[in-house]
Design a protein around this ligand. Sequence first.
Ligand code: 2M8
Length: 442
Amino acid sequence: SPTAPDVAEMCAELWRSAAGVLDANWTGRHTVPSRTLYPHQWSWDSAFTAIGLAYVNPARAWRDLRSLFEAQWPDGRVPHIVFDPQIPEDAYFPGPRFWNVPAYNGRPARGSTGLVQPPMHALAAWEVYRHASAHGADAVQQARVELGWLYPRLVAQQEFLGDRRDAGGGGLASIVHPWESGLDNSPAWDDALAAVPADLRLLDTYHRRDLDVSDVTHRPTDTDYARYLGLVENYRDGGYSDTALAERHPFVVECPGFNAVLATAELALAQIAGVLGRPSAARRHREHARGITAAISDRLWDPETDFFHALDVRSGRRTPARSVSGLLPLMLPDLDRARADALAEAAGSPRFGLPAPSYDRTGPAFDDRRYWRGPIWVNVNWLLRRGLLVHGRRDDAERLRQALVRLVHRNGHYEYFHPEDGGGLGSPAFGWTAALCLDLLA
Ligand code: 2M8
């Protein structure tokens, strides 16, 4: 077993390489997820990146969050990609022309997509604020200013999700596209997607840029992509409106991970409101978090499997698939003891095991290299570790922390990792892997 100096050297090396990845992915206004595959700004990537930048460059963390929220829509939605005008149209598909979003708030047309991603940003802002004092008085001063600027925007983001996106009427936000979950091709969407037409001809007109730079067996399939594009077209052609979604749109799903992040964001907003001297707003945020937690428990828990499953709002059915997103409600402090125990047990069981793969290792759709259908991702494991800590499972949380640090040190800052041998998959020098390593090492 490694000696203490070995461990210290390993941590120092990993710290340096992680900070180096974040430097290399910085464009001057925002951080890209990776230089090879994702040349624009992604929403939840920026939040995870900020959590790492809190240790090495808080000014840049704030700049990253500001760049994203400067692209917020008037209805409160924070787009899942903010397009960099310097990058050519064909550098990422689907690019700005395909999304064709209108100009708003003085922003140019086609500046972003019209979808969202899990709202990690309130938690990120809180984490950057919390670490400011380590960087001196100016950093503390800046953190207060930035928190004040972000707070109303974060509230608008939550209101969009909690009101306009409550398509099921049960107090949870629905996603209208697998991309909104962040877990793009997870088997959790297979049942709901089966009802979405897959027009493969759509792919004749376009070029899948991702396949130029990644292994085809590691990415979503063409059938997945045909459905993804069809869903964007439908949402786009309805003007990105969220009225009567369940009747008008073929994919409307309540995801346990997305909603667990939504509730966690309310708790972070409660902290932020406290710092900003708004105690009644803080109370309201805590009530919202409790309400979302209760709705997740009522609507997404299956007492037969002792697990949280995504709900297809249109069919009223919960998917049998066990995705890592079903473990994430462990982050919620108001989750009852029995469910929290069941999730912690599932996380350590042969179905998952720590670090957790993105989908049940024993499930019929498990695929050890295809993106969100099996590989290990650092960001969801970071969330899971947070959940273990929230529910007092300190030993499991520490084991998971060490396993993640070893995984990345041995294999590099990859986008995702093979669930058996840990080999790096997807893009190297990946932003959130590096950023969250800094937090795991701190
Ligand atoms: C992946 O999603 C994009 C589409 O948004 C893609 O497949 O091209 C997902 O892993 C998502 O969670 C992530 O935010 C994004 C950028 O890292 O890549």
